[in-house]
Ligand binder design. Sequence first.
Ligand SMILES: Nc1ncnc2c1ncn2[C@@H]1O[C@H](COP(=O)(O)OP(=O)(O)OP(=O)(O)O)[C@@H](O)[C@H]1O
Ligand SMILES: Nc1nc2c(ncn2[C@@H]2O[C@H](COP(=O)(O)O)[C@@H](O)[C@H]2O)c(=O)[nH]1
Length: 199
Amino acid sequence: MAGPRPVVLSGPSGAGKSTLLKNLLKEYEGVFGFSVSHTTRSPRPGEENGKDYHYVTREYMQASINKGEFIESAVFSGNMYGTSKASVQAVKDKNLICILDIDMQGVRAVKTTDLNPIYVSIQPPSMNILEKRLRDRNTESEESLQKRLDAAQVDMEISKEPGIFDIVIVNDNLDDAYGKLKDALIEEIKKVQKNNLSS
Ligand SMILES: Nc1ncnc2c1ncn2[C@@H]1O[C@H](COP(=O)(O)OP(=O)(O)OP(=O)(O)O)[C@@H](O)[C@H]1O
Ligand SMILES: Nc1nc2c(ncn2[C@@H]2O[C@H](COP(=O)(O)O)[C@@H](O)[C@H]2O)c(=O)[nH]1
């Protein structure tokens, strides 16, 4: 079978992308696979190298980009992030739905490739709620938090433009948002489940 379409999850930092994708990976084991990005930011407590990100130096990341090893890369809140070709291929090789958690720069770059994903934007109910979620997560310095909120303003505006995302989900109540995400992906989920049964 032709492989399932990947899924791009984008939206402001703190909108709930990781929370939602972790739910998908847990509920649909053997259906979704996460594209592990590279980043130059430091790991947060509880994050694992190779699982949440590949944590690398700027020098390593830039050299890898120069060698053409990345589908896309971006600078976000002062750190480099990028999707390597190998990370996406590793998920595709298993015939899983590849989930990419990337920022708006990444979305624009992926649109110039032949990846053909389903584009999903996860949005917070408001800037105030986003700020509270980011502060309560307790992962950012004040400087990083402000940079993320500035980027969020732009992201929230762009997500309203028609044609960029297939679906925009406002993550107010988590269960409702998760239900909408599953609904948006149900055709691809069924294809993989059917393929798993017949193989
Ligand atoms: N619907 C919700 N209601 C309340 N809190 C939520 C909801 N969804 C997520 N959160 C919380 O908000 C915080 C930010 O969520 P999460 O880390 O998933 O965001 P993110 O979009 O992945 O951020 P980043 O892009 O920075 O990785 C987390 O502490 C999470 O537990
Ligand atoms: N363009 C890309 N953006 C990415 C990638 N991996 C993550 N991200 C985005 O970065 C911000 C911040 O993430 P955090 O883990 O430091 O909170 C968030 O918006 C992610 O979606 C990537 O490979 N390319």
